[in-house]
Design a protein around this ligand. Sequence first.
Ligand SMILES: [Zn+2]
Ligand SMILES: [Zn+2]
Length: 238
Amino acid sequence: MIENILPALRQNVAQLYSNLTATHCLLCGEIGENDSLCVDCINELPKLGKSCPRCASPLSHSLLCGRCLHQPPQQNSSFSLFEYKSPIDRLIADFKYNDKLFLSRFFAVQMAAKLKTRPLPQLLIPIPLHPRRLRERGYNQSLELAKQLSKQLSIPVCSKSVIRIKDSQPQTSLPYKERAKNIQRAFKVVNTMLPTHIALIDDVLTTGHTANSAAKIIRQAGVNNIEVWTIARTIRHY
Ligand SMILES: [Zn+2]
Ligand SMILES: [Zn+2]
């Protein structure tokens, strides 16, 4: 009797073990070799097409957008890999709020594949969180992404060059007109030995006020080439 049950039991245990150790695509559930998403789902992600080189706004061409011609932001250039829409919005929310920190590696690998063909900055600076928000969330998603980009591109990362001195409200909770004021004077440069070319790292570029505010004080500290790198770019809705 036991002899009959044992092989079946062994098979069940083996199946259970392989289910536990297999990696399932976060979007379709298929078992795959990639650690987060299967190849088919990666290929279907909404890549940002032509966009303004300065602010990464999606456009039908790759020249400066009207807004950047008229009132350029503080950064010299912006890079976003995806458009901020489904399913990227969901993946970023998982990364940011649901402790799926392993997604930082996935996003960094995808971003680095594009970034390594261009002249690279000397230092990566993650957009800092205010200490109170950092205590609440437990980690800064921008720093986690910067660390992974640092590994992929062999560029040092420094999370102590720029600090957040104002506990501003989350930008997403405010109407567009109040966002610029909310983030004004929110950052401070504490390292005055910055190189001349840096990249600011954040998860999403939305109105651009946060990146602009950080880039402004970094420029005042003597940096003359500032890039803004984000996983995704929202489509302008103002
Ligand atoms: Zn999939
Ligand atoms: Zn622009």
